[in-house]
Each structure stands twice: as C-alpha cells, then as structure tokens.
Design a protein around this ligand. Structure first.
Ligand SMILES: NC(=O)c1ccc[n+]([C@@H]2O[C@H](COP(=O)([O-])OP(=O)(O)OC[C@H]3O[C@@H](n4cnc5c(N)ncnc54)[C@H](OP(=O)(O)O)[C@@H]3O)[C@@H](O)[C@H]2O)c1
Length: 304
C-alpha cells in the first residue's frame, strides 16, 4: 500500500458550510485517480472527504481480483481528493468514448433519475412500455437533466419545470412542454396540454400534496426525491386511506448494474451528462458554494 501524501478536501463537522472545507495533504491510500463531484450524503465519521461520484483510472490494486491497473472506471463513493479508494462492487469500466468529466457526473444523479423512473414510476426506458405522462420538476438541475432524457428514451410524454432561462435548454433535452416555475402556471404544475400525470419525478422541495393532487391521473404517483417531513406524512396518510394516488419518498440505492447501464447509454450517444461548470481540486470550495446555491444547470465537476 502506498504511503505518499495527496491533496484532499475535508470537513470536520456538520453545519459549517463552505467555510468548513479544508484543503490539506493527507496520506494516500490506494485507488483511482479522479475528477468528480456530487455532494450531499451524511457521513457518520469525521474528518470526512466529501463527494460521492468519481471517475478516473486505476493506479493501484488491492489483493482482491476485479480491477486492473490502467483501467478507466467510474464509481460511486470517493471524495474530493487526488486519489480515491474504489470498492470493486461499486466500480464499473468506463468506455473510452465517455470522458472522465462526463462519467463523474453520472453515478448518483443518473442512478437517482433512472431508478426513480423505473422502480417507482413504472416507466421502461427502452420504449417497450406503455407511454406515460410524466412530470419532472427542477428539470434543469443535476438530476433533473437525466430524468428528462431517460423518460424520453422510454417514449413518455414529458412536462418539465425549470427557470425561464432554461426553457429552451430543457426542451432541447427532449421535454415536450416546459413550465417556468416562477409563473402561476408553473407553480400550479398544470400541464399546458391538459394532461394528467401518471408519474411525477419530483426534485423540488416544499411542493404540497394539494398542488400535486389535481394534476395526477387516477393512479398517478409522485416519486419524491426532495423528501421532507411533510412528504413522509403524506406517504403514510395515502397508504392508510388506500388512496389510488400515491406519494413515495425515494432514496437511491447504488448498484453496479445501473452504473453499467448509464455508461452504456452515454457511450451509445443516447444520454448526455450536462456539465454546468468545472473547478480544479484546489478551488473545490467554489464548486461546493455553487452546488449549495441551487442554481446549476446540470452537474458541477471538480477536476485535478
Ligand atoms: N433521494 C435521493 O436519492 C436523491 C439523490 C440525488 C438528489 N436528490 C435531491 O434531488 C434534488 C435536486 O438535486 P439537484 O442536484 O438536481 O439540484 P440542483 O442541481 O441544485 O438544481 C438546480 C436547478 O433547479 C432549478 N430550480 C430551482 N428551484 C426550482 C423550482 N422551484 N422549480 C423548478 N426548478 C427549480 C434551478 O433553476 P434556476 O437556477 O433557474 O432557479 C437550477 O437549474 C435535491 O433536493 C437533492 O437533494 C435526492
């Protein structure tokens, strides 16, 4: 095992925001060179190197078989550091057509969109399922851009919400109709063509059930990725009352199979990682601040 020093970004506790991030040199373990960012998972131990999504090249391997030195990979879990430890079970080969930056934007965001659509939303992404009317909220964000593209791969009709500046961009991703969230129509989530939604893939915090309800089809379901207390309560209430319309809080589970599927779609030109901006590792604080600000269009990438 190598014992060189490497550059890394760590934080020591919750709640300090960007000012809690520290640039420092720490002992390098073993792993893959990287360039990545998605943030927000809750560590149980400190100091913690944040960020969950990593892509790079294997530079050293442990005793277990599975990865080869020089192999291009993308993986879930790692951090803002020059090298990251890759668990073989959460790492997949990265096709040469998929750049490090494109791959590093995929894991959490791509899997969240994919799994929310398929596991709860009931959509098929290969066009073999019955087309559904889907609504994707915050469709210009890191996760929403994948949800729109993947829903369209399944031939679904997609209504999307985003800010005015991104309406044409989201239409370019394939959305059939787009609402500006700052207008009364956008806030109501009402489909301009009068459709009722079979599935809402919700990435916007704080939308009450009373807004979703009139827009849902008879068996419509809200897959809530921006889960809070009120969505937990709505979930329980809908279950208790045997409501046909449902709201399901959803947390992504990372599996290799999903990562492989996403990498293949990008390789085949069927899915794009939209990159909002890139920052060098020694400016990771700026990336973090931009992510927290909540106004990115696509993914924020940190590179070394
Ligand atoms: N449950 C899970 O497993 C899971 C996994 C990943 C993410 N998430 C959650 O998914 C949510 C979205 O994450 P993200 O990374 O995609 O967010 P993000 O990248 O920060 O989203 C930013 C985008 O959303 C737009 N936006 C902001 N408020 C909006 C609104 N009210 N309606 C429509 N668009 C709005 C912004 O447009 P403007 O700049 O024009 O305002 C911006 O383009 C977060 O709550 C995150 O925690 C959940």
């Amino acid at each position: 095992m190598a014992t060189k020093l490497m550059q890394a970004v760590q934080y020591n506790s919750y709640g300090e925001g960007v000012s809690g991030l520290k640039q420092l040199a720490i002992t390098q373990l073993i792993g893959i060179q990287k360039g990545a960012l998605h943030a927000l998972y809750f560590p149980r131990k400190f100091p913690h190197i944040p960020c969950t999504d990593v892509a790079g090249e294997v530079v050293e391997v442990g005793p277990q078989p599975g990865l080869d030195i020089g192999e291009r990979t993308l993986k879930y879990g790692g951090g803002l550091s020059e090298f990251a430890v890759a668990s073989e079970s959460l790492t997949v080969a990265r096709p040469s057509e998929v750049s490090t930056a494109e791959a590093s934007g995929l894991p959490i965001a791509g899997l969240t969109a994919r799994n929310a659509l398929t596991e709860i939303g009931g959509a098929k992404l290969d066009g073999t399922g019955e087309p559904k009317n889907a609504l994707v909220t915050s469709a210009s964000g890191g996760v929403g851009v994948f949800a729109v593209q993947l829903a369209k791969l399944g031939n679904n009709h997609v209504t999307a919400t985003c800010g005015a500046r991104n309406i044409d961009f989201v239409k370019g991703l394939g959305a059939d109709e787009v609402l500006d969230y700052k207008t009364p129509e956008g806030a109501s989530l009402k489909s301009p063509s009068g459709r009722k939604y079979d599935a809402v893939i919700n990435f916007t915090a704080g939308i009450p059930w009373s807004t979703f309800d009139p827009n849902l089809s008879e068996n419509g379901i809200v897959v809530d990725l921006a889960t809070g207390l009120s969505s937990m309560l709505t979930f329980e209430l809908k279950k208790l009352t045997f409501s046909k319309k449902q709201l399901v809080p959803y947390f992504v589970t990372v599996k290799r199979e999903g990562l492989e599927h996403l990498a293949q779609l990008v390789k085949d030109g069927k899915l794009k990682t939209i990159i909002d901006s890139k920052f060098p590792l020694n400016k990771a604080e700026y990336a973090w601040a931009k992510s927290i600000d909540g106004h990115a269009t696509g993914k924020i990438i940190v590179e070394q």
